[in-house]
Design a binder for this molecule. Structure first.
Ligand code: F6R
Length: 633
C-alpha cells in the first residue's frame, strides 16, 4: 500500500524516481507525487489519480519552465510516492509529498501513524497550519521542527543531521510507517525509516536507492540491502548508513536479486495479468526446482526449525488473506490427508482477535505473496508471542513476514505486478503441497518413494498447464458472452470449494460484478434461491477417477441447479463425459490427481475474470479501490 522511491546520486533524479513509481504503481494509484532537491530549492509536483496525471503535469511544467533556472528535471536527489489513500481522500492536496511549514522539507509515507490526531493537535496548538487531511503531514512538520531545533543547538548541518532528526521523529510516532524525507538545505541525501512497513535499499555505484520493493530500482542495480524493524537509513551517492531509532549502528542484510528488469515488464501482453497467467507453468517449475534431494528429502529455504520441532507439531493453523487464504484452504485438504495433523485455515485479520489456542507444539503457516500484508504479519506475531512455530510461504525475498518466521519456503514466482493474484496463488498451492510432504516425511508417515511419486506428479503440472493455456480461447469467447450478467455463481466440493471462492473473488475484484462461491452441498441450504432463469453458475467438477463419490455428488448438484434455470459452465477433467448432458458450456482441463486439481481448475477462472473485466472496459491490472500490498489492518 503506497509505493515509495528515493534516489541520491549524480544523475537527474526525476526520471529515475518516475520509472520507479511506474513499477510500484500496483501498490496504489489514488495519487502520485515527487519532490526533487535542486540548487538548494525543494521542487515538488503532485496530482490526484494515476501516475499519468502527474506525468502530464510535469510535462506542462517543463514547457513553462524558465530555461535560465534549473527546473525539477535537473536535481540529483529526489523522492516519489504513489498513494493508496488511508487518511484523507484521493485529492491533489492529500497527495504526497507533504511539505513542512518551512517549505524546505518534504516527506512521503506508507502506513498509518496511529497517534496522528494527538500529534496534529499539538502542532496546531503551536500554530502550525495544516494543508492536508493526512496523517503524514504531521511527520513533515515534526521533522522540520527537529531540524531547526538541532540547528539552533549548534549541531553541524549535513546528512547526519537529517538522520538524527528522523530518529527523533520516529520515537514520537505510533503505528506503521515507512517514511522518506529530503531537506533542500541538505542536498545529496535522502533519509528513510521503517516500522512495520516495507523499505529496501538498492546499492548502486556512485548512487543509491530506497524503495518499497526492489522492482523500483531493478533496472539500475540487482544488489539490495534488507532493513530490519525500527531502523533509519541514510543514503547519499557514496554511502548507506543504517542505525536503529536510538542511533546505534545497525547492519542491513545484503542480498542479490535473482530476476531482471524484463520480468517486471508486460512483454507484449495487453495486461500484466495475462502475462502472469501465461507465466504459471514456469513459476511452478521454478518453485519446484531443487526441492527434492537425492535422498528423497524435501528442501525448504531458510529453516530455523528442527525436524524435531516439526515432529512435535500437533496442530497446524494456516493464516492468510484473500487469494492466499484460498491457497491455504486448498492446503488443508492435502496436509491433513498426508500428515494426519489437524489443520485449520484462518483469515489472518480475524486470527488474533479470537484468542486461538496456541502453544509450542502448534505450527502456524503464514502465506503471503508480498510478505508485507499487515493482517498476516500481526497474526504471525501473535502466534510467536504464544510460542507457536511459524513457517512462511512467501514470494518476496527480503520482506517482513519471512524475516520474522522460523522457516521459509519461497515461491519462486517472480514479480507479480497485476493487483489480482494469479501465479502467486498457484505457486503458494505448490509450496503448501511441499510443506505437507515434508511434514509427512519427517514424521515418518510417508516414505521417500511415496513423496517422490507426488513430487513427480507435481513436476508434470507445468506441461499440463501449458496444454491448458494453449486451448484457452473458448474461455475468452465465453467471457464476452457473460460480460453483462448481473451475477455469476461458482460451486465446488472438496478442493474445488476454495477454487470456487477464488473464481468468485477474481470476478468481483476485476469485473466489479456480483459473484459468490459456494460449497456445492450448501446450495440447498439457502443460496439455491439465487438461481433464476439464465443465472451463470460455474461448476468445478472433481475427477471421476480419483473420488467417484465426490464426482457423482456434484453432478447431482449441477442437475439441481440446471432444473432451476441455471446456465451451467462446467470445468471438468478431459474425457469426463458424465457431465456433458448438464453443461451449457464445457471447459475441459488436463487429467490431474484430485488433490492437485486446483492447479488446473483455477486457470480458466482467472482467464474468465480477466477477459470479462476487459470486455467491461475496466483496468485489469489496477482495479479500483485496491492495492497489491496491503500494509494496513
Ligand atoms: C486477490 C489478491 C489479494 C491478496 C491478499 C493477500 O487477487 O491478490 O486477495 O491475495 O491481499 O496478499 P498477500 O499474499 O501479499 O499477503
Amino acid at each position: 500500500m503506497c509505493g515509495i522511491v528515493g534516489y541520491a546520486g549524480a544523475r537527474p533524479a526525476l526520471g529515475i524516481v518516475l520509472d520507479g513509481l511506474r513499477r510500484l504503481e500496483y501498490r496504489g494509484y489514488d495519487s502520485a507525487g515527487v519532490a526533487v532537491v535542486c540548487d538548494g530549492d525543494l521542487l515538488t509536483e503532485k496530482k490526484a489519480g494515476k501516475l499519468a496525471n502527474l506525468e502530464k503535469a510535469l510535462a506542462e511544467r517543463s514547457t513553462a519552465d524558465d530555461d535560465a533556472v534549473p527546473g525539477i528535471g535537473a536535481g540529483t536527489t529526489g523522492i516519489g510516492h504513489t498513494r493508496w489513500a488511508t487518511h484523507g481522500g484521493p485529492t491533489d492536496r492529500n497527495a504526497h509529498p507533504h511539505r513542512a511549514r518551512d517549505g524546505r522539507v518534504a516527506v512521503i509515507h506508507n502506513g498509518i501513524i496511529e497517534n496522528f490526531a494527538k500529534l496534529r493537535a499539538e502542532l496546531e496548538a503551536e500554530g502550525v497550519e495544516f494543508t492536508s487531511d493526512t496523517d503524514t503531514e504531521c511527520a513533515a512538520h515534526l521533522l522540520a521542527g527537529e531540524l531547526s531545533r538541532l540547528r539552533a543547538a549548534g549541531e553541524p548541518d549535513g546528512p547526519t543531521l537529517l538522520a538524527t532528526a528522523m530518529r527523533q521523529v520516529c520515537q514520537r510516532l505510533e503505528g506503521a510507517f515507512t517514511l522518506l524525507a529530503v531537506d533542500a538545505a541538505i542536498p545529496g541525501a535522502v533519509v528513510g525509516a521503517r516500522r512495520n512497513s516495507p523499505l529496501v535499499v538498492g546499492r548502486g555505484v556512485g548512487e543509491n536507492y530506497l524503495a518499497s520493493d526492489v522492482s523500483a530500482f531493478i533496472e539500475h542495480t540487482r544488489d539490495a540491502v534488507e532493513l530490519g524493524q525500527d531502523q533509519v537509513v541514510l543514503i547519499t551517492g557514496e554511502a548507506i548508513e543504517v542505525t536503529d531509532f536510538t542511533g546505534a549502528p545497525a547492519t542491513g542484510k545484503d542480498f542479490h536479486i535473482d530476476w531482471d528488469a524484463s520480468a517486471a515488464e508486460k512483454g507484449g501482453y495487453d495486461y500484466f495479468m495475462l502475462k502472469e497467467i501465461a507465466e504459471q507453468p514456469q513459476a511452478i517449475a521454478d518453485t519446484l526446482l531443487g526441492r527434492l534431494k537425492e535422498n528423497g528429502e524435501i528442501v525448504l529455504d531458510e529453516v530455523r526449525l528442527s525436524d524435531q520441532d516439526l515432529r512435535d507439531a500437533d496442530k497446524i493453523f494456516i493464516v492468510a488473506c484473500g487469494t492466499s487464504y484460498h491457497a491455504g484452504m486448498v492446503a488443508k485438504y492435502a496436509i491433513e490427508h498426508w500428515t494426519r495433523i489437524p489443520c485449520e485455515v484462518e483469515l489472518a485479520s480475524e486470527f488474533r482477535y479470537r484468542d486461538p489456542v496456541l502453544d509450542r507444539s502448534t505450527l502456524v503457516v503464514a502465506i503471503s505473496q508480498s510478505g508485507e500484508t499487515m493482517d498476516t504479519l500481526m497474526a504471525l506475531r501473535h502466534a510467536k508471542e504464544q510460542k507457536a512455530r511459524v513457517l512462511a510461504i512467501c514470494n518476496t525475498n527480503g520482506s517482513t513476514i519471512p524475516r520474522e518466521s522460523d522457516a521459509v519456503l519461497y515461491t519462486h514466482g517472480g514479480p507479480e505486478v497485476a493487483v489480482a493474484s494469479t501465479k502467486a496463488f498457484l505457486t503458494q498451492v505448490v509450496a503448501c503441497y511441499l510443506i505437507g510432504l515434508h511434514l509427512a516425511q519427517v514424521r515418518g508417515i510417508k516414505y521417500a518413494d511415496e513423496v517422490a511419486a507426488v513430487v513427480d506428479q507435481l513436476q508434470e503440472m507445468p506441461d499440463k498447464l501449458r496444454e491448458l493455456l494453449a486451448g484457452i480461447e473458448p474461455v475468452r469467447e465465453l467471457a464476452r458472452e457473460l460480460k453483462a450478467a448481473p451475477t455469476v455463481l461458482f460451486i465446488g466440493r472438496h478442493v474445488g470449494f476454495p477454487v470456487a471462492l477464488e473464481g468468485a473473488l477474481k470476478l468481483k475484484e476485476l469485473a466489479y460484478m456480483h459473484a459468490e462461491g459456494f460449497a456445492a452441498g450448501e446450495l440447498k441450504h439457502g443460496p439455491i434461491s439465487l438461481i433464476d432463469q439464465g443465472t451463470p453458475v460455474v461448476c468445478i467438477v472433481p475427477s471421476p477417477a480419483g473420488r467417484g463419490m465426490l464426482h457423482d455428488k456434484i453432478v447431482s448438484n449441477i442437475q439441481e441447479i440446471r432444473a432451476r434455470g441455471a446456465r451451467t459452465i462446467v470445468i471438468a477433467e478431459q474425457g469426463d463425459e458424465a457431465v456433458t448432458p448438464y453443461a451449457d458450456h464445457l471447459i475441459y482441463v488436463p487429467r490431474t490427481p484430485t488433490l492437485l486439481a486446483p492447479l488446473v481448475t483455477t486457470v480458466p477462472l482467472q482467464v474468465l475474470a480477466c477477459e470479462i473485466a476487459a470486455a467491461r472496459g475496466h483496468d485489469v491490472d489496477q482495479p479500483r479501490n485496491l492495492a497489491k500490498s496491503v500494509t494496513v489492518e
